[in-house]
Design a protein around this ligand. Sequence first.
Ligand code: CO
Length: 266
Amino acid sequence: MDNRAVPKKGILVVSFGTSFTDIRKRTIEACENRICSAFPGFEIRRAFTSEIIRKILKERDGLVIDNTVLALEKMKEEKLSQVIVQPLHIIPGEEFHTKVLAPVRAFQGAFDKLVVGRPLLTTIEDYRIAIMALDKQLPQLGDDEAVVMMGHGSAHPANACYSCLQQMLAESRPNIFIATVEGYPQLENVIPKLKCTKIKKVTLMAYMLVAGDHALNDMAGSNEDSWKSILEKEGFEVKIDLRGLGENPACQDIYIEHIKDCLKEG
Ligand code: CO
């Protein structure tokens, strides 16, 4: 039998990547494994967009992980007919545009079908679904308790996604706030809102696929400019939730749905 005659389909799961092995297993690999079980007829491949993380993993662990271009080149060589590229990114920001969309454009015509899935927060409906997915992860909150989530934030126009999410949260879950490390809003924009609503206890969590370096240091670290330290200095009792969104099965489901939407396209 000529195997080459069999049309092969693949899903390339693209994430920023992380250098923490345990965290990678709980978040990125958990998502990839769920996708693998959900689409049995597809080859599942991995790419990381962070060149720094790819380099660390190669040098430290001998673990070679492709970026988007390298992974697509292999899939082209193997003559896959259909490829879905599903980013695990949260917003359609800089990483998504330059490290996922742009490389994919260069491969147009290389496959019968090549489609890119949506990041977590893209359509208005995506936000509603993402908020319901958060419910599966968050504790029941008393009147004096709030959750402050740390988003990454970006200089890209898609940074506005965080304000959209905040607005939609405010409509139904008034004790959940989002601030970012590298964009707007910042923690200092959230603190007055916490004080205004008489919040005493704050749970900090990452609104990121992976609760890695930013969550461990900028959010939960013991250094005096960490969010934990700042909030404690402001008089709040602080709890830490160090789970990334990639650990939440309801968030994993969202990526599966975004792949299903790609399958419906042409
Ligand atoms: Co960063």
